[in-house]
Design a protein around this ligand. Sequence first.
Ligand SMILES: NC(=O)c1ccc[n+]([C@@H]2O[C@H](COP(=O)([O-])OP(=O)(O)OC[C@H]3O[C@@H](n4cnc5c(N)ncnc54)[C@H](O)[C@@H]3O)[C@@H](O)[C@H]2O)c1
Length: 442
Amino acid sequence: MAPVRVLIVGAGARGGRYADWIRRHPDVAEVVAVAEPRAQYREPLADTHHLPPERRFSGWEEAAAHPRLADVALICTLDDLHLRPAIAFADLGYHLLVEKPLAQTPEECAAIVAAARRNNVLLGVCHVLRYAPYTRLLRTLVDSGRIGEVVSVDHIEPVGFWHYAHSYVRGNWRRTEDSAPMLLAKSCHDLDWLRHIVGREAVAVSSFGSLRHFRPEQAPEGAADRCLDCPVEHSCPYSAPRIYGRFLDRGVTGWPLTVLTPVPSQRTVTEALREGPYGRCVYRSDNDVVDHQVVSLEFAGGATATFTVSAFNRARPRETFVHGTHGELYCDGTRITHHDFLTDSTETLDVAEHNDGLIGSGHGGGDGNLLASFFPAVAARDPAKVITDGEDTLRSHLLVFAAEQARREGRVIRLDTPAWTADAEEWAGTWPEALYGPARSG
Ligand SMILES: NC(=O)c1ccc[n+]([C@@H]2O[C@H](COP(=O)([O-])OP(=O)(O)OC[C@H]3O[C@@H](n4cnc5c(N)ncnc54)[C@H](O)[C@@H]3O)[C@@H](O)[C@H]2O)c1
């Protein structure tokens, strides 16, 4: 089968990473075009993939002005720039693989799903955690009945103090309006994953959380606006020179340094810290997303789950307890420890896939497996092979929107009542009947 032809839309961290996987799997896919306004990111990627000048576009708009020139548009722009390219490329007949979150509002998510359906193209969403071998093993264990019925799940996402400061105080996801609430930007993965592991839809949700620490009133006495000018930088765990200096010292040349500058070195990183957003004091940025949040969920059938996302920890993989009627599973991102109640014995299964919980390690194999799954689905034009498709993502994102609404309004939202159905209907503009069945009234 001929390799699937891919247009990379947005050659930043994610686009670059996926393009690199494609380069290493030429039998599966091939990058035939790139759309990226920043020449210093576009040109190296285009050179690596031997793209002719007419396949190097300065933005998605320019690429979309041409007739379709690839099978798949891989949309890796920032959260506020998924909607328009996704719809434009679907209308041109491209299959879509869109980074999460699909879009910023329920209406926009529904519009992308509708555009894919209208044009009869496949739509996959990069919920990469579902594709990690670790998740597959966990799901197999749960499905096999080894722990009986799932009664409750506790799941934590330790974002890590420096990663949080990098992405959610200084970086791209620091403001709800420009990006999304933390729960959508970061943890839409996790609510999606919990649905997947429990295997049922949530029927009720509540949530609490706030921006507690990264605020001006928490700044130490004498702190400056930028770390390079700061007299108390030496005693601040969030010091940008120290955080990025650790990566330079370890010889890292990729993420997160490439977010600051395309070719990281002591000189270019220092320049970025002097001038750019990543050198700002964490207490004097313009961030507004929460730095800690909990979500409680009840699923159909009565199982419950808690989810915690927090900045205040060592960056590491997510950890999960799954409590069943006949056994318990503890999962640390690479290993799953099973305790069987009948024999009162413990066994540990290791998927032996490197996972440090960070983007650089490819989400424990999830990044690569997503592509290895999506491109063959496109080659076969088989929607059944798309595991994280638009419709499933819409359900999953609606749960995130409901949880966020619950946090903002300080209430429990029941998702199995006519009241929520009506709310969701209002959110989604036109209730997508094909997905949810007829809207309930009353
Ligand atoms: N699946 C995951 O686990 C995961 C992890 C991190 C980020 N993400 C998501 O991936 C997306 C991209 O994140 P990133 O870290 O790669 O961001 P990034 O800023 O590194 O990359 C985005 C790129 O889009 C480019 N761009 C801007 N305007 C454009 C236009 N008009 N046309 C084409 N390109 C344009 C930017 O110049 C930039 O290079 C975001 O939605 C993010 O939330 C997903």
